[in-house]
Design a protein around this ligand. Structure first.
Ligand SMILES: [Cu+2]
Length: 322
């Protein structure tokens, strides 16, 4: 388990971004400082939320680097779902990926194009059509009580298929900042690292919040909320679990080894030689948020790793000219 530091830049002045000269064939270090992007949001209305998550490959761009990844609804960041206790949440999961290239046992890398949906934080049934990812147990005689491969999802959405999830949130469901992600065993790490993860926010009831919190929260002050999906989507070192290493094992074809840079090496080689491994925020590298002195906002952070823990700290504000 690696420990990573997240540095969150809060600038009070414009931080210019000059990446125009860099491209997939002319790579350069990432600079950061682009304006922060808030993920698209879908909120429940009158106790109900209906939405579609379409899984497909799409191009995503970080500053100058364009990658082909498996994404929800056409790119990074994935949409944020906003619900409340007692809601009925209907998510149609459509799988528009191509046929699988790699077969294998449940907990080996396999099935890059098979998917399903799992949620964190919701107190809902583990049975279809809700969150059934861990319901079926495969027990061995050696370890009849618990085994590392004891649980695997019975619900999988194959290429070209779709599944209608119906989540029934309990009336006592605690408010919180949660998340959803793909969870087909063998493809979970690869797909989450690819970008198949998003924020799932259970909003506080208005009358349950102190005034100070209500003043920086939805439903009346959504502009004060700052949702952040943090993940190591750029993992291009030489590590065994780097993204291209997993691509190799799982049979993914979007390897970046057919793009030649002006250093006369492939883009994949360039990324690995420069250890282009970065944590991203909503698919951005160290984005910039501008706040006025004394302003208060509500930051909602979720780490979608997929295997890293974050140590997050706030820097002392700069005084004087900043
Ligand atoms: Cu999970």
């Amino acid at each position: 388990m690696t420990s990573s530091l997240l540095f969150l830049a809060l600038c009070l002045v414009a931080c210019g971004s000059a990446h125009a000269q860099c491209s997939n064939t002319s790579p350069c270090p990432f600079k950061g400082g682009d304006d922060f992007i808030t993920p698209e949001e879908t909120s429940s209305v009158d106790g109900k939320l209906d939405m579609t998550l379409t899984v497909d490959v799409s191009d995503v761009t970080v500053e100058w680097l364009t990658l082909t990844r498996r994404t929800y609804n056409g790119g990074w960041p994935s949409p944020t779902l906003r619900v409340r206790a007692g809601d009925r949440v209907n998510v149609l999961l459509k799988n528009e990926l191509g046929e699988n290239q790699a077969e294998g046992e449940p907990n080996t890398f396999r099935h890059p194009n098979t998917t399903n949906l799992h949620v964190h934080g919701l107190h809902i049934s583990p049975r279809e059509p809700q969150d059934d990812v861990l319901i079926q147990r495969k027990l061995t005689s050696l370890y009849p009580i618990f085994t590392l491969d004891c649980c695997y999802p019975i619900l999988q959405v194959n290429p070209g298929g779709e599944y209608q999830y119906h989540y029934e949130l309990n009336e006592l469901q605690p408010a919180g900042t949660y998340w959803y992600h793909a969870h087909h065993h063998g493809a979970t790490y690869f797909q989450v690292a690819s970008g198949l993860a998003g924020l799932l926010i259970v909003e506080d009831e208005e009358n349950s919040m102190p005034d100070e919190l209500a003043a920086i929260s939805c439903p009346k002050h959504c502009d004060k909320e700052v949702p952040m999906l943090l993940g190591k989507m750029l993992f291009y070192g030489q590590d065994f679990f780097s993204f291209p290493a997993i691509q190799d094992q799982i049979g993914d074809i979007f390897l970046l080894d057919d793009i030649v840079t002006d250093e006369n090496i492939t883009l994949l080689d360039w990324l690995e030689r420069h250890d282009a491994t970065q944590y991203l925020t909503n698919g951005q590298y160290v984005p910039k948020i501008s706040m006025q002195p004394g302003e208060i906002r509500r930051f909602r952070l979720v780490n979608v790793g997929p295997t890293d823990m974050l140590e997050i700290y706030l820097e002392e504000p700069k005084r004087g000219n900043a």
